[in-house]
Ligand binder design. Structure first.
Ligand code: BDR
Ligand code: CA
Length: 311
């Protein structure tokens, strides 16, 4: 049976790739909703991008709802330096989407979907955790009904600051609420997403695929790679956001570790740090499974097969 998911995102090149993976007919996922949040760029642009990607993927029946425009407490800090001013620079997709958002706010749609479920919906956040924290605060009855939160964020080091990964840094207060909620959590941070590199041989393989989705993803990869290979000094683009989706499709490609994770919300230099306690560093109860390693061959095999599944 297909696993039901809500994808909460801020597209964003790698968020768009996560959508591609989640929507492929090859994979065992059912997208119940796509919700958007301020992150890579403002929530209006991220929402517009989510709709444009839905048009590309043929996701006519999946509701898209716009979410929080600002983090819970701090001022918004976007990532246009990575994703461009539009949030999806480098693509030639139509600027205006055909698909429209639903009227409901993302937070209310998340609450409604979870309350109406049999406890079988997994939330997959690939942006800041603002919507998820707001949903938990607005309707705590959802807490025992969320099957799992499988998220991209955090790590034992940072990319937005030396201590903090971007998604957690944007709204650490929200991340703290989510990590302390008691909902089962699987965290895919930089330790593992930096293993999902689109190296030149993988790019070659992808560029040979001849369908509109693969072409658009290649445009995204090309733009995104320039940033990663340029000033960030990587050997290829780090494809972060597809990692939690890939885990739901084939968990065997990741090694996970049961850990305690605390979110730093006060530090002058360490705001947004995810403190990952391993190897008996603390007696406190673990609150998450933390991804350590990725089988890169399995990941790229899945990614490329999924790209080929579109016509
Ligand atoms: C995360 O930050 C964003 O720029 C990406 O979309 C990803 O979700 C990586 O730190
Ligand atoms: Ca993202």
């Amino acid at each position: 049976m297909n696993r039901r998911i809500i994808l909460d995102c801020d597209p964003g090149h790698d968020d768009a790739m996560a959508m591609m993976l989640a929507a492929s007919k090859l994979n065992n996922l059912k997208l119940e909703a796509i919700t958007t949040v301020a992150g890579n760029v403002d929530v209006e642009k991220n929402t517009n991008n989510a709709l444009r990607i839905c048009d590309l993927l043929g996701l006519n029946d999946v509701p898209v709802a716009k979410g929080a425009a600002q983090p819970l407490i701090r001022k918004m800090k976007a990532a246009a330096h990575v994703h461009g001013q539009s949030g999806l620079d480098g693509t030639t997709l139509p600027v205006e989407p055909f698909k429209q958002i639903v009227k409901q706010h993302a937070v209310d749609l998340i609450i409604e979907k979870i309350i109406d479920s049999d406890g079988d919906i997994t939330i997959v956040p690939t942006g800041p955790l603002t919507n998820i924290a707001l949903a938990i605060r607005k309707e705590p009855k959802i807490i025992p009904k969320i099957k799992e939160i499988v998220l991209m964020g955090g790590g034992t080091y940072g990319n937005r600051t030396p201590a903090a990964e971007f998604n957690i840094y944007v709204d650490a207060e929200a991340a703290k609420i989510v990590l302390e909620s008691g909902v089962p959590i699987e965290m895919f941070g930089l330790d593992v997403t930096h293993q999902a590199l689109a190296t030149s041989d993988r790019m070659m393989e992808m560029s040979a695929i001849n369908n509109p989705v693969a072409k658009a993803v290649m445009q995204m990869m090309n733009f995104y790679s320039q940033i990663y290979q340029g000033k960030l000094g990587f050997t290829g683009a780090a494809v972060h956001d597809p990692c939690p989706v890939a885990y739901l499709i084939d968990p065997t490609m990741f090694e996970m570790e049961r850990v305690r994770i605390d979110i730093e919300t006060k530090g002058e230099f360490t705001y947004g740090m995810t403190c990952v306690y391993t190897n008996g560093m603390t007696d406190r109860e673990p609150n998450a499974n933390f991804a350590r390693t990725l089988n890169q061959d399995k990941f790229w095999d899945l990614f490329i097969r999924s790209l080929k599944s579109y016509s």
